[in-house]
Write a protein of this length. Structure first.
Lengths: 240, 240
DNA sequence: TTGCGTTGTTGATCTCGATCAAGGTTGAAA
DNA sequence: TTTCAACCTTGATCGAGATCAACAACGCAA
């Protein structure tokens, strides 16, 4: 299998010469025939952690599929208070359909590979192909369900339940290979400050709650970012 | 124009004899030709405030359009803590597409009229009619935007900003006739306890903040439920 | 290795909103 | 019009999480 020699560093997009073969099964909503139709104009772009992919109230001229890494969607109040309103994992589709202005800021939380598709091309394909719009509808409905779940976390859970809920969410997304098992491990894709912005807390409170989970042997933390969940059931029981 | 004599009290559905004429321009996502196609099987049902329209994790066999009133969508934790995750106003479409299990509880906040459509019939119409799915996609995207906006309110705003944001939201939905004007008036469709569940606060805090807005002459309150916003710009400036 | 900026931890104190408690309004039904 | 339950307001106190502060750990570059 071809490696990723053709994927260069941030802001060096590379034309995808055989998109179908490479993205099949990875490229989220796009099926092989659709990928083939778009293969000449999709670009795989690598972004480093922290890169801004789309800014609130700014026009965006392409959609993308997240192929690797985690993208955070944030909204910011005038005085600087920030809230992460969604996390997108591979192979999610990225971009607000049918409006050029993004309502959120999209930022690479970890290093991220995106498969970009020009807006016009995707919208043309979609208008000829109701099945594609149907699949995008399914993802949109899932995102709405997730947003509403998170509203309960933001509005009604304690700090300790919020942090447990966050770890549970990340564990199920980043270590699906051990599904059903008690032990999971993963690297946190967010800093303490980002986690705080996702949970509506301060970074100090997040740090304290993580320390408490560690003291209670629910998790182990190695080098700030690596987390081993010792018992998923026990973690879940702390999610409120 | 025909009045609503054929609409009886809660749980007494009445067959819609000329759906097209009556719902045209009211029935949210459905266009006249679609209404005509469904006219024999839609039912207009009136529900009193407090009626449960769909329960979390329970199967639902129909979709509906909200024709009058406000529907609240709630989620509840095991220990009883509750969060309102969405409000639906006429002429919104109601119901989670493509899955029979509702992820939320839908309850009539005020008295509500629904135009119900059997699931199977709407899904059949949708599969033959990509334009209908497209319109539902637009509403879903709008709901997702609204949910993410509200996540900022829940996660990052103070109690006083939350209450101001709520009043602003309700004012723009329930008194659109005075759009652009400083003064708006409406009846609150929610109790103090419901408002608290929408904002992630307690009912006492909501009451105190409303009293403060009244003392500051931003609003006037008559008989608990009726609100006059004296200056929308001043209200907005308190939304954070 | 040393130096240094970024990121994370922990402690002390403060504050906003929750909780506990009592009484006041409202509006529908008798 | 009286009655009553549901709803709302206000006051006193408490506590979870914010804020302020100091330091520790990590990773990268020189």
């Amino acid at each position: 299998m071809a490696d990723r020699k053709d994927i260069h560093n941030s802001d060096t997009p590379v034309l995808c010469q055989s998109c179908e073969a490479r993205h099949n099964g990875m490229c989220g909503v796009l099926e092989p025939t659709e990928l083939l139709a778009l293969s000449k104009i999709t670009r795989v772009v690598r972004h480093e952690a922290g890169a801004e992919l789309a800014a609130e109230a700014q026009p965006v001229d392409s959609y993308a599929n997240v192929m690797r890494g985690v993208v955070k969607l944030t909204k910011t109040l005038e005085d600087g208070r920030q809230q992460i309103v969604g996390l997108q994992f591979a192979p999610d589709f990225l971009g607000r359909l049918y409006t050029k202005e993004s309502a959120v800021t999209a930022e690479a939380a970890s290093d991220v590979d995106l498969c970009r598709v020009p807006r016009a091309a995707l919208e043309r394909l979609m208008s000829e192909n109701p099945a594609l719009e149907h699949r995008l509808m399914q993802q949109t409905l899932r995102e709405l369900d997730e947003a509403r779940d998170w509203m309960v976390t933001l509005g009604r859970k304690t700090a300790s339940e919020k942090v447990a809920s966050f770890l549970y969410l990340i564990a199920t997304h980043l270590d699906p290979s051990h599904e059903g098992e008690a032990i999971r491990h993963f690297d946190l894709p967010l800093t303490r400050s980002d986690i705080a912005d996702f949970l509506g807390l301060t970074l100090e409170t997040v740090s304290r709650q993580l320390s408490r989970l560690r003291a209670d042997k629910v998790i182990a933390i190695t080098g700030n970012r690596h987390v081993d969940v010792m018992d998923m059931a026990r973690l879940k029981s702390r999610c409120g």
